[in-house]
Design a protein around this ligand. Structure first.
Ligand code: ADP
Ligand code: ZN
Length: 210
């Protein structure tokens, strides 16, 4: 199974990706996680990515394509994968279509902008392993501590209200057109995001297995 997840920031894409990844036994490739790790490690990629991310903008296509080219070579991609955060522009989608990688399905999780703004304001992320939590919808067992690895939880820099607005704008302008692109290719499945993680996950499986 080679699956693309499309959704606005904060729609719960990363959380659903984790659930799907466990269910199908295939890895999630999260571009956001790759880029945040590069920033933390202080690599050249990280230094370039940081300024775009903090402005709520996308990093340039040619750079993103290089990163993904490398990532797809990894052995763990052999039996399929879930793409969380790639492609995010038509140019990226076209480059992927032109590559030997065959995508099976594209899942769009739909959540309205107001809900997104509310959700991102309570989002927390593990500084070590990247798992996301939410103060209300997905609280960690111990406040401030990651259930999985014991790492420290904190808000993401790009979850500030001004940046969230810009990220939504970027999404509507640059990523949303991919929904039509994949609908035309016959690959699109749509799931309406629900207020609870488990409910969304149910709708997601229904959409994928229909
Ligand atoms: P979210 O989906 O919550 O906005 P991500 O963690 O997926 O956040 O991505 C964080 C940031 O990383 C994006 O706002 C963008 O700047 C950058 N980014 C991630 N994926 C891509 C991509 N495919 N192309 C360009 N920039 C990307
Ligand atoms: Zn963790």
């Amino acid at each position: 199974m080679r699956l693309i997840l499309l959704a606005a920031p904060g729609a719960g894409k990363g959380t659903q990706a984790e659930i799907l990844s466990e269910h199908y036994g295939i890895p999630t490739i999260s571009t956001g996680a790759i880029l945040r790790k590069a920033i933390k490690d202080g690599t050249e990629l990280g230094r370039t990515a940081e300024k775009y991310i903090n402005e709520g903008k996308l990093i340039p296509d040619d750079l993103m394509l290089k990163v993904m080219d490398e990532r797809f070579k990894n052995d763990d991609c052999k039996n399929g994968f879930i793409l969380d955060g790639f492609p995010r522009t038509l140019a990226q989608a076209e480059a992927l279509s032109a590559s030997p990688i065959e995508i099976d399905k594209v899942l769009s999780i739909e959540v309205d902008d107001q809900t997104i703004i509310e959700r991102l304001s309570g989002r927390l992320e593990c500084r070590s392993c990247g798992t996301t939590y939410h103060t209300e919808h997905r609280p960690p067992k111990t406040p401030g501590v990651c259930d999985k690895c014991g790492g420290e939880l904190g808000a993401r820099d790009d979850d500030k209200p001004e940046t969230v607005k810009q990220r939504l704008k970027t999404y509507h302008e640059q990523t949303e057109p991919l929904i039509e692109y994949y609908r035309e290719k016959g690959l699109l499945r749509v799931a309406k995001g629900q207020s609870e993680i488990e409910e969304t996950s149910k709708v997601v499986f229904e959409a994928l297995e229909a």
